[in-house]
Design a protein around this ligand. Structure first.
Ligand code: NZQ
Ligand code: ZN
Length: 390
């Protein structure tokens, strides 16, 4: 295991009714002005907005709304939000939504308290936060990213065509309310996309050194199996509380830094998907679904022992009559088959990325990650994208 320091400062309130039970009490200690941030309107359709507003009204706080946070939030939206926060002397940002809302809120919490160039100083290169970002609390309405339990914020700079993430511990939400029944209204496509994002976070950590006996890999296998099993249940019955609960906690577990302890982590697939997203605005989990199997077909021989273990322990591949390489490859194909089964795209065309997109520019904007079993060259990244075009 590699050396590590572990801290997670987010306090999580989990379960049906947790917003009603704890929200009013939680916001009591913050200054009077609260900035309620949300996305493009789903919370007004499913009743979450009404429920939250009723609770907020009972606290006597002044509420300033900041809405329209889009999937794959932009740097422009961050600056807009920071302006609202500054103008109104906001004491707490309350984000209600998924990864996009939470990430945008984290970046706003930095931008509201920083006078320099936020993109250049905190996203283009890793920055030092020697000030206190605005406090943030979140209410999660769609699971997948795990953003509720870390300081990570993935922001798209439209002018520069870069989608980049940084994880600043100071940006961990101070509290996170996770009511699985809030996710009942998430459409099937978004639900499976979120579930696959969680699976991807676990795989990106699992498929990296060290590969010797370590607790992270054992936990990862248990979590992967839980995501796979519960996605199947939630597809059959979207209002299965147990399945939604498991998926919600899986997402948080995958990205609360616990699994990453002592591991190098890969995240090459995420890097490529983020750049695809920067050029096309594609859905994050769906983009990962297209890229994962093809990327693994390229690297499984370089991490043969781990890919074999994945095939046997996660997918139950029988070893009889197969070489090590055949077992490992069968695990990758089982993953590909699962992606088809849950209805996610397997090609760029199915993802909505056609000839009008300059794929070469996407490829050229990708970088090679340090923790992967084999470093990708630009040529190999190009091949990966070509192989999943149709
Ligand atoms: O905007 P609204 O109208 O609210 O609709 C959203 C959005 O269209 C909808 N939705 C959310 N809750 C709902 C609901 N619809 C019905 N019922 C509900 N209860 O779902 C759509 C997707 O929401 P979004 O927040 O974009 O999804 P997700 O949680 O997958 O977040 C994706 C973003 O997070 C980044 C991704 O790159 C992407 O930008 N990531 C953040 C990470 C982090 N901070 O740790 C890690 C990830 O790897 C990821 O990169
Ligand atoms: Zn992700």
């Amino acid at each position: 295991m590699n050396n590590f320091i572990f801290e997670n400062t987010t306090k999580v309130y989990f379960g049906k009714g947790c917003v009603k039970e704890y929200l009013a009490c939680l916001i009591g200690k913050y200054e009077r002005n609260i900035m309620l941030c949300y996305g493009e309107g789903s919370i007004k359709k499913n009743g979450i907005y009404e429920e939250v507003m009723e609770i907020l009204a009972s606290t006597g706080k002044e509420i300033y709304e900041f809405s329209g946070i889009m999937p794959n939030p932009t740097y422009r939206k961050v600056l807009e939000g920071a302006e609202v926060a500054r103008e109104n002397q906001i004491g707490l940002i309350l984000g209600v939504g998924g990864g996009s809302v939470m990430d945008c809120c984290k970046a706003i919490s930095i931008a509201a308290r920083y006078d320099g160039n936020v993109w250049e100083d905190f996203w283009e290169r890793p920055g030092i936060i020697d000030f206190e970002p605005l406090p943030l609390g979140v209410i999660v309405t769609v699971s997948g990213t795990g953003s509720e339990c870390n300081g990570g914020a993935v922001i798209t700079n439209e002018e520069k065509k870069v989608k980049g993430g940084r994880d600043y511990p100071q940006c961990n939400p101070e509290f996170a309310l996770l009511d699985p029944s809030y996710t009942y209204s998430v459409p099937k496509f978004q639900m499976v996309s979120g579930g696959f994002d969680t699976l991807s976070h676990i795989m990106e950590t699992y498929f990296s050194e060290p590969d010797g006996d370590n607790v992270s890999d054992d936990l990862a296998e248990a979590l992967m199996k839980n995501v796979i099993r519960n996605l199947r249940v939630a597809i059959r019955n979207p209002e299965d509380y147990t399945a939604r609960s498991n998926l919600m906690w899986d997402a948080a577990m995958a990205e609360n830094r616990l699994l990453k302890l002592g591991k190098r982590t890969d995240f090459q697939c995420h890097q490529m998907e983020h750049q695809l997203g920067a050029y096309t605005g594609c859905n994050h989990g769906a983009g990962l679904a297209v890229l994962h199997p093809v990327y693994y077909r390229h690297i499984y021989r370089d991490g043969l022992v781990k890919f074999k273990r994945f095939a046997i322990n996660v997918w139950g591949i029988s070893v009889e009559g197969k070489s090590e390489e055949e077992i490992a490859r069968a695990g990758v194909e089982a993953l590909a088959e699962f992606i088809r089964e849950i209805g996610l795209p397997v090609t760029l065309r199915e993802l909505g990325v056609d000839e009008s997109v300059d794929l070469r520019a996407v490829v050229d904007s990708c970088v090679s990650m340090q923790g992967s079993y084999r470093k990708m060259t630009q040529d190999e990244i190009n091949k990966i994208f070509q192989e999943v075009q149709d």
